[in-house]
Unconditional design. Structure first.
Length: 317
């Protein structure tokens, strides 16, 4: 049994490595910040799964031998699960940042506040749960996932995941390239389907027919693989192509409307979502100088706002 678990662990590491390696390669070619967020998401989610797996291994060992007095193994198991939970919180937040970056949208500040509040409350409950478990012993660990706090925490995680994926499906209008827009939409739908199947399996099917330990962990470690492959083959190429077309269009428009290299740098910073204050800090000039330069750019291209300017640069109209 231990040999089988070791083989399983190696297979899971291989699955994780393939996914992280593919996304790292995509990021190396495109250098998009949101791809870096997705890379962090994969790293955090797989670290969470690994720690969860190792922690439950120690706990299962105690349950199987009925040795509740093994303080060291209990401590190791609980510590692994304690470290894993913040990694899950970080992973889901990276997925949210990725979804907003992929769809060219800025994350609303209230989302930061709500997610931070829910995460802190969940972490406090989890700490309390671990303290109570260590005091009562490990014998009733299997009933932990039925407690209302755990169920509510899992539900909030699911809702935030759905919130991230819905951005790709319904709020992708700012992606100029139509084929890329549809690819992002299909990417979100694929992710919703994969996560939906995993949650359906874990919360309903597995409880009715029983959970196969090996099948379950192979499933959860592989749940991101279809989306990673879709990102690699269907989105990375069009994304790079769209960037090249935008760069070519940008250079042509800059030359046509007499935008200087300094003004062109400001335009690129505006496209990156930088505020006037941030542009001022980056270029080491006063805030008023930045405002004056943006006003000149607006007059040259007949734009009235940042949105008009970005649309003009990307669409040429």
């Amino acid at each position: 049994m231990d040999l089988m678990k070791l083989i399983l662990f190696c297979i899971l590491l291989l699955i994780s490595g393939i996914q992280i390696g593919l996304v790292y390669r995509i990021y190396g070619k495109n250098q998009k910040r949101f791809l870096l967020y997705y890379l962090y998401y994969l790293i955090f989610i797989h670290l969470f799964l690994i720690l969860n797996l190792v922690g439950r291994h120690f706990i299962d060992q105690i349950l199987r031998t009925s040795d509740s007095s093994s303080v060291s193994m209990i401590s190791i198991g609980l510590t692994m699960n304690f470290i894993a939970y913040p990694l899950l919180i970080l992973a889901v937040f990276m997925l949210i940042l990725f979804s907003f970056g992929l769809t060219n949208r800025r994350l609303p500040k209230f989302v930061w506040g709500v997610y931070l509040t829910v995460s802190v409350l969940g972490l406090l409950f989890f700490i309390q749960l671990l303290i109570e478990t260590s005091e009562r012993g490990i014998s009733d660990w299997q009933s932990v996932d039925r407690q209302w706090g755990v169920i509510l925490g899992n539900l909030m995680i699911v809702l935030f995941i759905i919130f991230a994926l819905v951005q790709m499906v319904f709020y992708n209008q700012r992606i100029v390239d139509k084929s890329l827009r549809y690819s992002v939409k299909r990417f979100g739908i694929l992710y919703l389907g994969v996560y939906g199947f995993c949650f359906l399996y874990f919360y309903f099917l597995a409880r009715m027919i029983g959970i196969n330990f090996y099948l379950f962990y192979i499933l959860v470690f592989s749940m991101n693989l279809p989306s990673v492959l879709y990102l690699y083959f269907k989105i990375a190429g069009p994304l790079a192509k769209a960037d090249r077309e935008v760069d070519l269009r940008r250079q042509t428009l800059f030359k046509k409307f007499g935008i200087t290299p300094s003004e062109a740098e400001i335009v690129q910073l505006i496209e990156a979502g930088k505020s006037n204050r941030e542009i001022s800090d980056i270029k080491f000039v006063s805030l008023q100088t930045v405002k004056n330069a943006i006003s000149v750019i607006y007059r040259k291209v007949d734009a009235k706002s940042r949105t008009d300017l970005i649309r003009f640069i990307r669409e040429g109209e």
